[in-house]
Design a protein. Structure first.
Length: 166
């Protein structure tokens, strides 16, 4: 199989996998950073841990390499504006929308569906990205189960999806 065929099939595969949307945050030397991500996985319950994959070219990458903590905020569909501002603004301006608080030194979206504050336990570079392993040291779940979901290059409200009748 040609390299470009593999690339295209892989890209289309990812396009058709519905993924929840997260606002990843950190703070280093007093400077806050936030970035939108879908590359997230739970890792283990013992200890409670997760991983995120972040492109080395993104503005949040360098702070994540140095900061002791980061936060994974699970966005609800009311946070479309938080995702949108990350696409059009840089740096501190991204925090101009959203109800941001601080916990363990990192920005936490106060009304996110869930917020998981992590201690960075490991970092592993692979290709263009770095995998950050986080041990969950603070967790809030707010029962607002209307996750903002990314599917086929657009945001959807999966909570409105009808049940599939067999
Ligand atoms: C829905 C969505 C999901 C994304 N997921 C990731 C991701 O998992 N990892 C990543 O490094 N960048 C991801 N990005 C891209 C980053 O959010 C960011 O826009 C881009 O890397 C540029 O960031 P910068 O302006 O802070 O450098 C995603 C963007 C969107 C819109």
């Amino acid at each position: 199989m040609l390299e470009e065929d593999i690339f295209e099939a892989f890209r289309d595969t990812m396009r058709h996998i519905a993924a929840p949307v997260f606002a990843i945050t950190t703070k280093h030397e007093g400077v806050r950073s936030v970035s939108v991500a879908t590359a997230f996985s739970s890792l283990s319950f013992d200890p409670p841990s997760l991983l995120i994959c972040v492109n080395q070219d993104t503005s949040i990458h360098a702070p994540l390499m140095k900061a002791e903590h980061f936060c994974v905020n699970v966005l609800g569909h009311s946070h479309r504006n938080v995702a949108d501002i990350c696409a059009i603004k840089k740096g501190e301006e991204r925090f101009s929308v959203g109800n941001w608080e601080e916990e363990m030194g990192v920005p936490v979206l106060a009304d996110a569906q869930s917020s998981l504050v992590c201690r960075t336990a490991d970092r592993h570079r692979f290709g263009s990205h770095t995998i950050f392993v986080g041990e969950v040291v603070g967790a809030r779940h707010r029962e607002n189960a209307k996750p903002l979901t990314y599917f086929d290059r657009r945001y959807i409200d999966i909570s409105q999806a009808p049940d599939l009748i067999a």
